[in-house]
Design a protein around this ligand. Structure first.
Ligand code: ADP
Ligand code: MG
Length: 318
């Protein structure tokens, strides 16, 4: 199979045909139309074998994951996803692997109505780079540097499951079959909080997706906004699966410093909490207050009245 045959067969998907795509895969450039009154939100993530995913991941799961982590960044910007570009570095052209990847790609692009509009394909160690493009209304501006002291810190769902799932996948954690299934699903099939992001427009005063771990990501908002953060351990939501893990120290570590949950962490003004909870409930997401931004620099964690020392913020590449 030649490179262009591979592109046509596996990446030039025709499952999503958006009217704002004037030219998609197959030309020198894609030609795209941003709707009037909207801004373009763009984000890119690379996934490298052995660093961002286990080498034995199925191609379907890998496609899902690559797209999901990119859409998650759009969710944090309260953007509505529109287009993807896809750069694939492949060690070989393996038909059954490519068919699996293409299937996973089709499923998630169809679910979110995003169109693959171009990309690049080359030979080398397995790595996938995706750039996600989405729209945000001109009136909406939410970022990591817009939190203010006094605002509540909230998350959209349970934390730690994906990191525990990774431990299960690596045979480092033994749990009952049904618990393992739930945890593995959270690890292999992260679900970007797109609907929650859109519901947070005009309500969230700052926002980030939890990819490096809660503490690390709260710290990003804290530092960039020039505020401190006070979190309460007992408020941090854990799933029923996480609660069934015997080693609760491991669970705490996963919830605080494990990455890959892809829930949103955002701030709201206290008197907006109820309205925000309602808005998120409508789209099937939660709005769980876990602490508050403060005037005292640094991220601190309380368990009841005691301060828990923070040793490990989260994942760092270098
Ligand atoms: P060029 O040499 O002009 O850069 P390529 O051969 O790299 O062209 O790509 C041909 C077309 O296929 C382009 O429209 C490009 O966007 C698209 N394309 C290449 N690789 C991928 C991929 N992995 N996924 C989606 N589209 C791709
Ligand atoms: Mg090219």
């Amino acid at each position: 199979m030649k490179e262009f045959e591979v592109i046509n067969k596996y990446f030039a998907l025709n499952n999503v045909n958006r009217p704002d795509v004037l030219k998609g895969v197959g030309d020198d450039c894609a030609l795209l139309k941003v709707p009037r009154g909207q801004r373009l939100a763009v984000s890119m993530d690379t996934l490298v074998a052995g660093v961002h995913f286990l080498e034995d991941i199925s191609p379907e799961d890998l496609a899902h994951r690559s797209v999901a982590v990119n859409l998650s960044d759009l969710a944090a910007a309260c953007a509505e996803p529109a287009w993807l570009t896809l750069s694939m570095t492949l060690p070989e052209l393996d038909d059954s692997w490519l068919a699996g990847f293409s299937k996973g790609l089709k499923e998630i692009t169809e679910f979110f109505g995003v169109q693959v509009v171009g990309g690049d394909t080359c030979k080398g160690p397995l790595s996938i780079t995706i750039q996600a493009h989405g729209f945000v209304p001109e009136s909406v501006y939410v970022s990591r540097n817009t939190a203010k002291a006094g605002e509540l810190i909230c998350v959209t769902g349970c934390l730690g499951d994906a990191a525990l799932g990774l431990k299960v996948a690596q045979n480092k954690l033994k749990v009952k079959t049904d618990v393992a299934e739930q945890l593995l699903k959270k690890y292999y099939r992260p679900f970007p909080a797109i609907a929650a992001g859109i519901a947070l427009r005009g309500r969230a005063t700052s926002s980030i997706d939890i990819s490096d771990g809660l503490l690390a990501d709260v710290n990003h908002i804290s530092q960039q906004s020039g505020v401190g953060a006070l979190l309460r351990w007992e408020r941090i939501p854990l799933s029923d699966s996480a609660k069934q893990v015997k080693d609760q120290t491991l669970v705490q570590q996963a919830a605080l410093s494990g990455g890959d949950d892809y829930e949103l962490c955002f701030s709201v003004k206290e008197d907006e909490l109820e309205a925000t909870q309602h808005a998120l409930q409508v789209v099937g997401a939660n709005c769980i207050p876990i602490g508050r931004f403060t005037g005292k620099p640094g991220v601190r964690l309380l368990h009841e009245k005691e301060e828990i020392p923070i040793k490990d913020m989260g994942y760092l590449h270098f």
